[in-house]
Design a protein around this ligand. Structure first.
Ligand code: IYR
Length: 230
């Protein structure tokens, strides 16, 4: 059979158990310090940091290796202002216009979010992640993409982790609805806005809700141990 990709040896790093646990613990401690931020400094951030975070995101596994993501970086004040205005217009309808269903309002209340999205103008960078539902071949035919949400979600997870590793903060902002981002970013019809990331340094006086992460026994079930098998 003709291989589309040649198969090459892959020998990932191996560590002894003590070293594995040390490395795992250090990584966990690093990601455990990450928090979603809504109060940012306007200090500039090198574009290279955005590039590095997208390089990390771009390593994500994806359905049929279709890599169905596109990241758009916005750094100019006028475009940031347009994004803020459009996002706040939508959110005002959600929060003040009664568009959020009561159940959703209740779930959100502890986070004390409002339609005020000034951080969209404060940050040095806005990065919009788009999900490519399909791609269009040069002959005009559409090629369907598989597992788009899973693939783009994983890419965004890596993106957030890379930013955090560089000492930067972000927020997975999903203004609802966010079709305006397609227009502002001038993206084609096969790309759907997925998450809007404001990126910068957290403000010196930034505050976050003192949330708890759910305990491991609520996040992980050792099914085999329950059966007495390990
Ligand atoms: N998109 C709105 C509402 C919102 C929804 C969820 I789910 C959140 O975790 C936070 C906010 C907003 O950005 O305010």
């Amino acid at each position: 059979m003709e291989h589309q990709y040649p198969f090459v040896p892959y020998r990932p790093e191996r560590y002894d158990p003590e070293e594995m646990i040390k490395r795992g613990s250090e990584f966990y401690a690093m990601v455990d310090r990450r928090r979603s931020v809504r109060f940012f400094s306007d200090e500039p951030v090198p574009y290279e940091c955005v590039e590095l975070a997208v390089r990390a995101a771009n390593t994500a596994p994806s359905g049929a290796h279709q890599q169905p993501w596109k990241f758009v970086a916005i750094g100019d004040p006028e475009t940031k202002r347009r994004v803020r205005e459009a996002a706040e217009d939508e959110e005002r309808q959600n929060y003040e216009g009664g568009r959020l269903p009561p159940e959703w309002r209740e779930a959100l209340a502890p986070l004390e979010t409002t339609s005020d999205k000034r951080y969209l103008e404060v940050v040095p960078w806005l990065v919009v992640c788009f999900a490519e539902k399909y791609r269009v071949r040069p002959d005009g035919r559409r090629v369907k993409h598989y597992y788009v949400n899973e693939s783009v979600g994983i890419a965004c997870g890596l993106f957030i982790t890379a930013l955090h590793a560089m000492g930067l903060s972000t927020l997975t902002h999903t203004p609802n609805p966010m079709a305006f981002l397609t227009e502002i970013c001038e993206r084609p019809a096969n790309e759907r806005p997925y998450i809007l990331f404001p990126i910068g340094y957290a403000a010196e006086d930034a505050e976050v809700p003192d949330l708890n992460r759910k305990p491991l026994d609520e996040a992980l079930v050792n099914y085999s141990a329950k059966l007495g098998l390990s």
